[in-house]
Structures are given as C-alpha cells and as structure tokens.
Design a binder for this molecule. Structure first.
Ligand code: BGC
Length: 443
C-alpha cells in the first residue's frame, strides 16, 4: 500500500452549475430550448435537484464528506431577468449561498456563466451579437459588487469552446442551434471578448481575486492521416481559448476522455491543404460534426473499447495529458482541474476513475507543474443538458421524487482523500513520491 500525498492547501472540490441543479430556470434560453417542439433534449430540466432551495444542506453535506471547495455558478437569467433590470433578491440569494459555502469552510469557486443565457440575450443573437460581451461585463460587475470580498476564485465563462461548437456550430444540439463555420467562429470571438472584458472588470473591482477561464480539453491522438484534422479541431476547440488565457490568474482544465482521430494515410497532407482553404474547410468540418453529432469530438467510434455512459472512452488519465499541455503552453500558470468525472451507473467505476486520474496527476506536481486543485464533476447526479437525467455523473445520488440525497461510496472515497490530503493506493507499483514539499507559491 502506498500513499500519494498532495501539497498543503490543495483544493479538493466538487462542481455543479446553476441550470443543472437549481431547478425552475424558466427565464433562460435552455429552458425554452428544452420545451420547444422538436427539441433535441431528452427531457426538460424542470425542478432539477432543487438546489436553489436546498443549497444549505447540500453544502453542509459536502463539507461533512471532507471537501474544502465548491464550484457552482450564478445564473445570469435570474440576476438580470430583463435587459438592464437587476433583481436584488436574486443577488441576495447568491450572497447567501456564498455565505453558506464559506460558513461550511468550503472555498467558493464561482462561475458566472455556465452555458445558459437569459432569454432576452438569446433573442438578440446570444454570443453572435456584437453587444453581448459588453452586456455580460455589465452583469459580471453587478455580481462581483454584490459578492464583495467573499469570493476569491472566479471563472467568467465555463467552456467557451463547448458553447461555440455545441450551440453555434450545431455540434452538440445546444441552443441557439445555428450551424456552420461562420457562426462557430463568430461565437468563439464573442465568448473570448466576453471573457476578457469580464476579467478586466473583476480585477478592477477585486484586484486580489483570481480570475481564469475553464477549458474543455481532450487528450488528443491521431495517426499520420488524422493529424491535420486533429490539429484543426484542437486549435478551434481549445487553443484559441487557451491563448486568451495568457493574462488570466489561473487556468481551469475540464477533461473527461481522449479523442483519437484515425484517417487513411492519404488524408494527411491533402487534409492539411483542405483545411487551409475556406470552402473545403467547411466541407471537412461538416463531416466531422456529422460523424460525432452526439458527443462532439469526444465520442470514440472504435468498436470494443471500454466506454462511459456518454460513449466516451473510459480514460481517467487523459486529465494528466491536458494539464501537462497547459503547463507547456502557459508555463508557470497555476492550474486547477475544474472538472473530471465519469457518467456511470456503477459507482465502483467512478472510484476507479478518480483513482486513475489522481494517480496520473500526482507526479506532475512533483515535476513542478503548479497544479492547485482537483474538482470533481459532479457533486450530485443532475441534468446533463440535452441528455437529461439518465447520465449519472454524481458522487451523490438524488431521488428526484423526494429530492433525497444519498452519498455513494465514491463520495466517501473522494471525501476521505480530500480530508486527509492523500490517496492511498493499494498494490501501488509505480514510483511513489511525496510532493507535499513541491511548488507552493499561491496563484
Ligand atoms: C460541462 C458540464 C457537463 C459535464 C459533463 C462539462 O462539459 O461543464 O456542464 O455536465 O461536462 O458532460
């Protein structure tokens, strides 16, 4: 039996988002999307897991399990229900929520936009509209003013790359459901502009707060034929956003799996040429989207591989590849794993997934990569966007009839890792290193 000890002050958390857990987010684009005729959504979010009303007992439960961090989001659609009208009772709600998190000795890690938009912003064109970055900044200012100095970790926009690809390229069936390259690229620019404006605003109001983007990242692999397509996909779904993180205080990494792009050898250089030429680029990208419509790039077509409920390859260690890549692209930038998790009905698999991820991450700290924390997706089983409630990502099960919470063995397992700041690995055969004395500067 071996012990993997993590540095003092390591953030051990769980994550959720407002729309996926609060319930009744009826003033948002997603709510309308879920209910519209012909919706691609399996079911509506409805009351979700009623975290809007149950946050106090939820955060107490998480603290009792051993965690020290809670990542959640503030809902723009509630705070600014119509243009320029800010609802003080909603701001007060989030102030109280942050208060409850802190009272339970959890570090609040606050996302200001997790996929959803107020309906009125969506009607203007969402992230395609020129006005949206400035509107977002105005909302961010109000929230940061309201939360005062009780929040030290902000993430303005969760996974801008997923929003642009999923909603505007038509890659995931997210709202607003536009298609095509021009929309994809335009939305990406809007999201990046929104992030940058929000960062400047937060730093102006709270210079000591840490502000960072949270990126959806894959471990990528390709054969010679698939290399050009891989580089294209990675550039447009990750790199352009990572470049916009250069001035951030930290980088959040969300990783669930690996993507393998295998194409016939001949596709290598012709694909490179093709992707450099506008109309051909459109054609190749349309093929990429069509082939992977249900899970973006992440659904692996290989037969016979071990998969999660989402169809992704079961590959917990992918997170170490993405953290390493961020460390290479942005040397010295503090990194937080802001999401890592697995959809499964078999909770033993979740423990295996967490163990695999942490075992792969631990040596990176010893190498000097400034990894500051591990936040698991998700605290609770919740609304998995267009796939509804069937995807079980939670450490804690929720009976949606009674809203009763039942921690699974994985919740106790990861909670214990968090409480003791170490992972006990039975029959551990690789090199063991205590990285408790590793790089410690705070970010
Ligand atoms: C998102 C979450 C989502 C999770 C699992 C991430 O891309 O931030 O909202 O539930 O992945 O699919």
């Amino acid at each position: 039996m071996s012990e993997l000890v993590f540095p003092a002050g390591f953030l051990w958390g769980t994550a959720v988002s407002a729309h996926q857990t609060e319930g009744g987010n009826s003033n948002s684009d997603w709510w309308e999307w879920e209910l519209r005729p012909g919706t691609p959504c399996a079911e509506p979010s409805g009351t979700a897991i009623d975290q809007y009303n149950r946050y106090e007992s939820d955060v107490a439960l998480l603290a009792g399990l051993g965690f020290n961090t809670y990542r959640f989001s503030v809902e723009w659609a509630r705070v600014e229900p119509s243009e320029g009208v800010f609802d003080e009772t909603q701001l007060e709600h989030y102030r109280r929520m942050v208060g409850a998190v802190r009272k339970n000795k959890l570090v609040p890690m606050v996302t200001l936009n997790h996929f959803t938009l107020p309906s009125w912003v969506a009607k203007k064109g969402g992230w395609l509209a020129d006005a949206t970055p400035a509107l977002f900044e105005r909302y961010v200012r109000r929230v940061v003013e309201a939360l005062g100095d009780s929040v030290d970790w902000y993430n303005p926009i969760n996974e801008a790359g997923v929003v642009a690809f999923g909603g505007y390229m038509g890659g995931l069936g997210f709202p607003p459901g536009t298609h095509g390259l021009a929309n994809w690229k335009r939305a990406a620019q809007g999201l990046i502009a929104g992030h940058k404006r929000a960062r400047v605003a937060i730093k102006e109001l709270r210079p000591s707060a840490r502000v960072g983007q949270v990126h959806s990242m894959q471990e990528w692999e390709a054969n010679a034929g698939g290399r050009a397509a891989m580089e294209y996909a990675r550039r447009n779904s990750e790199d352009i956003y990572l470049e916009a993180s250069r001035d951030d205080d930290y980088v959040g990494v969300n990783t669930y799996s690996r993507v393998l792009l295998e194409m016939p050898r001949l596709a290598g250089w012709p694909a490179k040429v093709a992707l450099a030429v506008g109309p051909i680029e459109r054609f190749v990208v349309a093929r990429m989207v069509a082939g992977r419509a249900s899970g973006g790039f992440a659904v692996d077509p290989r037969p016979g591989i071990r998969r999660t409920q989402m169809g992704y390859e079961f590959r917990p260690e992918a997170v170490a590849a993405t953290v390493r890549r961020v460390a290479e692209l942005l040397p010295g930038k503090p990194i937080v794993v802001a999401e890592h998790g697995v959809a499964t009905n078999d909770d033993a698999e979740r423990i295996e997934f967490i163990t695999g991820g942490l075992k792969a991450l631990h040596p990176l700290i010893g190498e000097g990569i400034p990894l500051r924390g591990y936040v698991h997706w998700s605290a609770f089983d919740n609304f998995e966007w267009n796939l509804g409630y069937s995807m079980k990502f939670g450490l804690i099960a929720v009976d949606r009839e009674t809203q009763e919470r039942r921690p699974k063995p994985s919740a106790r397992f990861l909670g214990e890792v968090a409480r003791t700041n170490k992972l006990i690995v039975p029959d551990f055969d690789a090199d063991t290193r205590d990285v408790a004395s590793g790089v410690h500067e705070t970010c």
